[in-house]
Design a binder for this molecule. Structure first.
Ligand code: 6R9
Length: 658
């Protein structure tokens, strides 16, 4: 790990002095005002385990109540509510039927304008039918099911159906390639894939079924059946005996299905995410603890209520889509909106038109989307009636004050609260965020930790950083219910990655941060070799391995470079076997390598820049000087000492000057 970044970033955010108080009309109706929030913090500070236990009892439905709130006997493998039994789908569906059966659970709009709604009753019936269908295929509690689907309600139905029978889902983002899909299926040992013939995106068809076929042709031998939703209706191959149509599977099934009661710790899902080394890791989440985090943060951060229409734009392939599309809002009996398609089809007003047409009240998206929409101009949002919006959110990467101000001014009419939410796949739910009726905001800061979450900033030796003049590692001091439980199949990696750095004393997030004099957090970015491209995590090693898998590549080093829309862009330095390619050959090879990376990982990993060189900058001990490569990628003058390099002359060539 390199040390936390300091200096320039800290200086620029420290100069950010603007403070926005919650608007009085918001505060007067808010679930939590400052006094109520203080009371929650005080209760959590006094007894954090008791605090969470009380919420677990009052906010979740249990089949068997738990008697032990936290089991620390195997720390850092913490277990919450261990002897309780519950079912996540019962919490999200059954418990609303009596009071909200006819309320809309999901409003859906497709890119072509097709719409569909599901009431809680209808969603319940669909989930039960699919759960029965899965059972008819022999799927049992604990079996892994991979879901590789477009952003359609059926993706949520599939997740909930798995939860209903205790099957462990692993959603793979539809933008990942067949190779990524195969790797994840194999690591999870999944028995079944649920997919669609294709999805709609940017007026194109995403060939999901084709990718499944390719993945299964290349390996993934644990898969027995493929269930395919008819979405696009275009021709796709159908493998007799292995493939089944979703509608044919559903048709004969009963619309009731007794839930399988599982232990609180029973894995609800695996979700693969990038780390600094090796292949993506399967982050394993629990049932009850995870759902508690999802449920509470919807209330605290989004102030979620019965008359809201909540739109979280994240795909269900990411953690944000799990917690704030599929689970948290439904656990609260809310109405969600799902949209399948690109934000700019047919034009740059699409997101705002959707907000208007569906009466969206809470809008939650990523800074990369805000920056992209900001570039398209203020005329687009001005065309639509956004008056129903009452709360805005941001997630996935640091939001720069400029984008924050635009969001505030143009979308928020200078009065809507903005919740900048810091969290991770591993944390399961939001950890640091303003509580909108209680905490004044500062553009670019995610403000303070939520009740029951104990965040600190520590230095290299694990000592808390005093004062506000320097940054440090973001750590979490106490376990919390929605934390990851382990890395699937590799508990040692779980311990090494998140706990070992400071002797299991804290959870180490992998981010660096700064805390100002008001106790507000300013996230500086990753301290490891993980890039954040358009809010998506990408390991530099993953891209490097993809590049060296190409026959012409001998060696590759990948770094991030700042990008005004994506946040970070992939910059690859590539050393070829034989002579360094130049001219037309270099251009053609660069294109080929981009396509190659898209095939190996997915389009999000495509390098924006590829630079060919004779060698990489290496120290005499053979270590690649990544810091130098980062400077070169940024186009900075090289002021660093290169005398320790084995090949100092290479610097000019890497910088494109020779
Ligand atoms: C939810 C999600 C996690 C990483 C995290 C951090 C960055 C997320 C942020 C943020 C600054 C925020 N991150 N939210 N940085 N401000 N509000 O994005 O999960 O995909 O696992 O990414 O994203 O670097 O460590 P995930």
């Amino acid at each position: 790990m390199s040390s936390p970044k300091s200096g320039e970033n800290i200086q620029s955010v420290l100069s950010e002095k603007r403070l926005f108080e919650p608007a009085a009309d918001f505060v007067s109706r808010a679930r939590l005002d400052a006094a109520k929030l203080d009371a929650l913090h005080a209760a959590a500070a006094k007894d954090s385990v008791g605090f969470w236990a009380d919420l677990a009892r009052s906010e979740l439905a249990w089949q068997t109540p738990f008697t032990q709130a936290l089991d620390e006997s195997d720390a850092p493998n913490y277990r919450w509510f261990t002897d309780g039994r519950t079912n996540v789908s019962v919490n999200c569906l059954d418990r609303h039927l009596a009071t909200r059966g006819d309320k809309i659970a999901i409003r859906f709009e497709g890119e072509k304008g097709d719409t569909h709604t599901y009431t809680y009753k209808a969603l319940y019936a669909e989930v039960c039918k699919l759960a029965n269908g899965l059972k008819s295929l022999g799927i049992e509690a604990g079996d892994r099911v991979v879901i590789y689907m477009p952003m359609v309600p059926e993706a949520v139905i599939a997740m909930q159906a798995c939860a209903r029978i205790g099957a462990v889902h692993s959603v793979v983002f539809g933008g990942f390639s067949s190779t990524s899909l195969k790797d994840r299926i194999e690591d999870a040992g999944a028995r079944l894939v649920i997919t669609a013939d294709g999805g709609h995106r940017g007026s194109n068809i995403v060939e999901l079924k084709k990718a499944v076929d390719d993945a299964l042709a290349a390996g993934a031998k644990t898969i027995e059946k493929v269930v395919m939703l008819k979405r696009t209706g275009h021709d796709v191959p159908f493998v007799e005996g292995r493939d089944l149509w979703w509608h044919e599977l559903m048709e004969p099934q009963a619309d009731r299905c007794d839930p399988v009661w599982v232990e609180a710790e029973h894995p609800l899902f695996l979700l693969y995410t990038s780390g600094s080394t090796g292949k993506p890791k399967g982050i394993q989440h629990s049932s009850a603890g995870y759902l508690l985090g999802a449920t509470m943060t919807c209330q605290w951060v989004f102030d979620l209520r019965d008359d809201d229409v909540f739109w979280c734009t994240a795909d269900v392939g990411w953690i944000t889509g799990h917690t704030y599309v599929a689970y948290g809002p439904l656990s609260n009996g809310a109405t969600i909106l799902m949209y399948e398609g690109a934000p700019t089809v047919p034009d740059a007003g699409r997101f705002w038109k959707i907000c208007q047409d569906h009466g969206v009240t809470i809008f939650y998206t990523a800074p990369t989307a805000i920056r992209a929409l900001m570039k398209l101009g203020e005329d687009w949002p001005a065309k639509y009636d956004l008056s129903k919006l009452r709360l805005l959110g941001s997630v996935g990467e640091p939001i720069n004050p400029e984008a924050w101000m635009w969001y505030h001014r143009v979308i928020g009419r200078e009065k809507l609260p903005i919740v900048d939410t810091w969290w991770q796949t591993e944390t399961g739910s939001i950890m640091i965020s303003p509580v909108p009726g209680a905490v004044p905001t500062k553009p670019g800061s995610c403000t303070r930790p939520l009740p029951g979450i104990f965040v600190d900033v520590v230095d290299e030796s694990g000592e808390p950083v005093q004062g506000d003049s320097q940054g440090g590692y973001l750590v979490i001091r106490k376990p919390w219910p929605s934390m990851l439980r382990t890395i699937w199949g590799d508990n040692q990696r779980y311990i090494n990655t998140y706990w070992a750095q400071f002797n299991n004393r804290y959870y180490v997030a992998g981010d660096s941060t700064h805390r100002d004099a008001d106790g507000y957090f300013w996230i500086m970015g990753r301290v490891d070799d993980v890039l954040n491209v358009s809010g998506h995590r990408l390991g530099t090693m993953e891209v490097e391995s993809a590049l060296v898998a190409h026959p012409r590549v001998a060696e590759a080093a990948v770094v991030g470079r700042p990008h005004d829309v994506k946040g970070e862009a992939v910059f690859a330095f590539v050393i070829c076997k034989g002579a360094r390619p130049t001219g037309a050959d270099a251009e053609a090879l660069a294109k080929e390598l981009r396509d190659h990376v898209a095939r190996e990982i997915g389009a999000i990993a495509k390098p924006d820049d590829i630079r060919f060189a004779d060698n990489l900058p290496k120290t005499r001990s053979g270590k690649i000087m990544r810091r130098l490569l980062r400077s070169i990628a940024k186009g900075e003058e090289i002021t660093q000492d290169t005398s320790t390099l084995e090949n100092p002359a290479i610097v000019n060539q890497l910088a494109g000057k020779a």
